[in-house]
Every structure is written in structure tokens, then in C-alpha cells.
Design a protein around this ligand. Structure first.
Ligand SMILES: Nc1ncnc2c1ncn2[C@@H]1O[C@H](COP(=O)(O)OP(=O)(O)OP(=O)(O)O)[C@@H](O)[C@H]1O
Ligand code: SF4
Ligand SMILES: [Mg+2]
Length: 395
């Protein structure tokens, strides 16, 4: 059986901003593939280049000051960087659609939700007004909006934050796209709604059989959904792999830091608190010498790490890490980190769904504050427990 071709292939993408202060290398040599039907996570701290990567794909980088210096963005084999504006407009919304972090910036306050979804359908398809409205209602129903016929007549301000995000998803899938790019789709929402929105997103992509690029600063968010993950730091990819490899066998100390930033559940063992990565993200105007992570890396050797830039080392097929020591035996399992990670997902699921079964587990504050944790959260987390989980791929 032959492997399917990637839907999207990004090759050595470099998107820079030419500012008065100098050149900001926001995306600096990024390559990845998205396969048909898969969920691909892009994870990294603020300013690491996640959104600019997405905006480069859609031709939305403001130019100037932005400039795509080099690279290829192959969409079904065609380079989007040399596509005409008309081609890009056709592809945006119809073949690739984007869900933004803040729906209010994308929803127009003066049109009803139903009108806005119907409008997108009409722009990209030869359908009547009635057919477009029917499609809008069908989409609102699919994303779990109750009484969609009536709610389609509401204006964005009449929807709650979570409902608006559902409406954005409805709008994004209305034209049955092949790829959905969701840029921090849940950051502005509280944890209960976050889990519901992720579930809606996953359900919607399965219904339309579309791939997803899920962008987030939180590895916990991709845990339940992504098939493969790229971790970004300072404009570059520093680790890639299947979700289970990233969680249980990370090879790059920045990824260890991200894992430790996820709310931990073993706090009863020694009262450990969250351990965010120390230090600040680097200046993208003057990134650090050598390994860009070295000023914050507890494992820096103070020598090679400071002077030589590590390349992305191929650990095996489809698995890479950017660290001089990535191939060092035992490097990927320092201490009990990974065993703890495995245990804590199990514990979280139990603790989140049945407090009486795990009364001594300290849930993260935002979860503990709720009397009842929705099952959707447990479902989202349970999905991360299925090694080798793969969604069916479009043929
Ligand atoms: N118009 C611009 N002019 C100059 N620099 C820019 C511009 N837009 C973005 N940048 C810089 O590009 C870098 C990458 O930004 P990007 O928005 O991709 O980060 P991000 O990973 O999406 O972060 P966040 O998690 O905060 O959304 C940042 O250093 C940012 O300051
Ligand atoms: S190359 Fe050195 S500084 Fe960079 S992540 Fe590896 S150990 Fe840390
Ligand atoms: Mg962003």
C-alpha cells in the first residue's frame, strides 16, 4: 500500500519582518507535512512563530514589514507562494479555513450569525440564498448550538464566548474544507468550555473529514487531539514526532519544560507546584548564539551549546529533535519525569470524573473550583491514552 501524499508540505519557510530596529526572523527555516485527515499540533510559547507560520500558509502576513524570504508551501502539490491572489482567495475559506483565537475579531457585529455563515457558503459555492441558509443551520446544529433555526437570527453579541467559538467553527467548516487551521481556538475560554470546544472541533473535522493544524501554547490541549506535533521555539521547529513520542520520549529540554508546565497531578507527592520554563522567550531580533534555548536550558554545557547551532537531528522516520545531545543514551528519560507524565494522565481522568475515587488528588485550581467536571474533559484526556491512535485518512 502506498503512503498518501501530504495535503500540505511546508519546506524551509522563512518569514521575516523588516523593522526599524532590525530584522525579526519570526519563522526561520520551518518544514513540516500535514497528511490527509490528521490533526497536526504546533506548540510553543508566545512569540515562537506559530501564528506567522499559519498566516504565511494563508498569504495573510502583512507585507511590508513582512517578507517571505524563501521556502515552499505546497498545497496538494501547488506552491502557494507563487499562487495568484485570485487562487489564494479561492483556496482560503473553501479548501483551507482558519479559526482564530478571538471570534469577535472575525465575526461582523452587524450581521446575524446565520447570515455570516450563509455568506461564506455563497461566496464559494453556486447555491441559492435558501440553500446557503439551510447549510448555515445545519452547521450550527453540527457544532452543538441548540435551536439552530432561531439562533441563526442572533447577532454575535447575543452569543456567549463558547457559543461564538462554536459559530466560528461552523463558519470554518461550512464549505467542507480539506484543512482547518485553528490558532489558539480555546485560549480565551474557561477550562470547561475549552474541552467542549475541542470536542466540537474534533467532531466537526471528522464529519467533514478535514485535517487540522491545531496551534496552541499548551501541550495539554494537543494531548487529546493531535496525531503528530511540532514544538516551536524562537522561530524554529525544535522537536517533532507522534503525540505519544512527544509525551513519553521527548528529546529536547524545551519540550521537557513544556511538559512540566502542564498542570501536574502528583502535587500530593511533595506538594510540587507548576514549573513553568524559567526565563523569557528570546528576542527575535537578536536570537541567542548556538542553541537558541541555551540561556534557559538547565542542561546547557556552556560550550558547544553556546557556540554551535544544533541542527534538527533525525532520530527515526518522522521524528526529529534539535539538541546536540538528542542521541545521547538515556537523554530522553531523566529522572522520573516520563513515568510521572504517564501516571498523571490516568490520575487526572479518574480525579476529574469521580472525585470520590481520588479524593486526595489536587486538581488544578480551575478544575477544582467546579463542582462537576464535564465528561468531555475526561474524553479529551482519555484519547491521549490510546497509543498509536490514528484517525482514518482521506484516500
Ligand atoms: N507585524 C509585525 N512586525 C514585526 N514583528 C512581528 C510582526 N508580527 C509578528 N511579529 C513577530 O514575529 C514573532 C512571531 O510572532 P507570532 O505571532 O507568530 O507568535 P506566536 O507563536 O503566534 O505567539 P502567541 O502565542 O503570542 O500568539 C514575534 O516575535 C512577533 O513579535
Ligand atoms: S543543545 Fe544544549 S542548550 Fe540546547 S537544548 Fe540541547 S542541551 Fe540545552
Ligand atoms: Mg499566535
Amino acid at each position: 500500500m502506498t503512503e498518501p501524499e501530504p495535503l500540505l508540505s511546508v519546506r524551509d519557510l522563512r518569514t521575516h519582518f523588516h523593522t526599524d530596529a532590525g530584522v525579526v526572523k519570526a519563522v526561520d527555516g520551518v518544514s513540516f507535512d500535514v497528511m490527509p485527515g490528521e490533526v497536526f499540533g504546533i506548540v510553543g510559547e508566545s512569540g515562537s512563530g506559530k501564528s506567522i507560520t499559519a498566516m504565511s500558509i494563508l498569504g495573510l502576513v502583512p507585507m511590508p514589514p513582512g517578507r517571505i524570504e524563501s521556502g515552499e508551501i505546497l498545497w496538494k502539490g501547488t506552491d502557494l507562494l507563487s499562487a495568484t491572489d485570485a487562487d489564494l482567495r479561492r483556496i482560503r475559506g473553501k479548501e483551507i479555513s482558519m479559526i482564530f483565537q478571538d471570534p469577535m475579531t472575525s465575526l461582523n457585529p452587524v450581521y446575524t450569525i446565520g447570515q455570516q455563515i450563509a455568506e461564506i457558503v455563497r461566496v464559494h459555492n453556486d447555491v441559492s440564498k435558501q440553500e446557503a441558509r439551510d447549510r448555515a443551520i445545519e452547521m450550527l446544529e453540527l457544532v452543538g448550538i441548540p435551536r439552530p433555526e432561531q439562533r441563526a437570527n442572533d447577532y454575535p453579541h447575543q452569543f456567549s464566548g463558547g457559543m461564538r467559538q462554536r459559530a466560528m467553527i461552523a463558519m470554518a467548516i461550512a464549505c467542507d474544507p480539506d484543512l482547518l487551521i485553528a490558532d489558539e481556538p480555546t485560549t480565551a475560554l474557561d477550562v470547561t468550555i475549552q474541552a467542549q470546544i475541542l470536542e466540537v472541533l474534533q467532531h466537526a473535522s471528522e464529519e467533514t473529514n478535514s485535517s487540522i493544524i491545531l496551534i496552541t501554547h499548551d501541550l495539554g490541549v494537543v494531548a487529546g487531539m493531535a496525531d503528530r506535533v511540532a514544538v516551536m521555539y524562537a522561530g524554529q521547529i525544535v522537536e517533532t514526532g507522534a503525540i505519544d513520542e512527544i509525551f513519553y520520549e521527548p528529546r529536547m529540554p524545551y519540550t521537557w519544560g513544556l511538559l512540566e508546565s502542564i498542570p501536574r497531578l502528583d502535587q500530593r507527592r511533595g506538594g510540587r507546584r507548576l514549573q513553568p520554563i524559567s526565563g523569557s522567550p528570546p528576542s527575535m531580533l537578536r536570537p541567542p548564539s548556538g542553541c537558541r534555548f541555551h540561556p534557559r536550558c538547565p542542561y546547557s554545557d556552556g560550550d558547544r551549546c553556546v557556540s554551535d547551532e544544533p541542527s534538527l537531528i533525525e532520530l527515526r522516520f518522522d521524528r526529529q529533535a534539535r539538541c546536540h545531545y538528542a542521541l545521547q543514551p538515556g537523554w530522553y528519560s531523566p529522572g522520573e519525569r516520563l513515568a510521572v507524565a504517564e501516571v498523571e494522565w490516568d490520575v487526572l481522568i479518574v480525579a476529574a470524573t469521580d472525585r470520590s475515587a481520588a479524593p486526595d488528588v489536587d486538581l488544578p485550581d480551575d478544575l477544582a473550583a467546579r463542582e462537576q467536571v464535564p465528561e468531555t474533559l475526561a474524553d479529551a484526556l482519555t484519547a491521549s491514552q490510546k497509543p498509536g491512535r490514528r484517525r482514518s485518512r482521506k484516500s
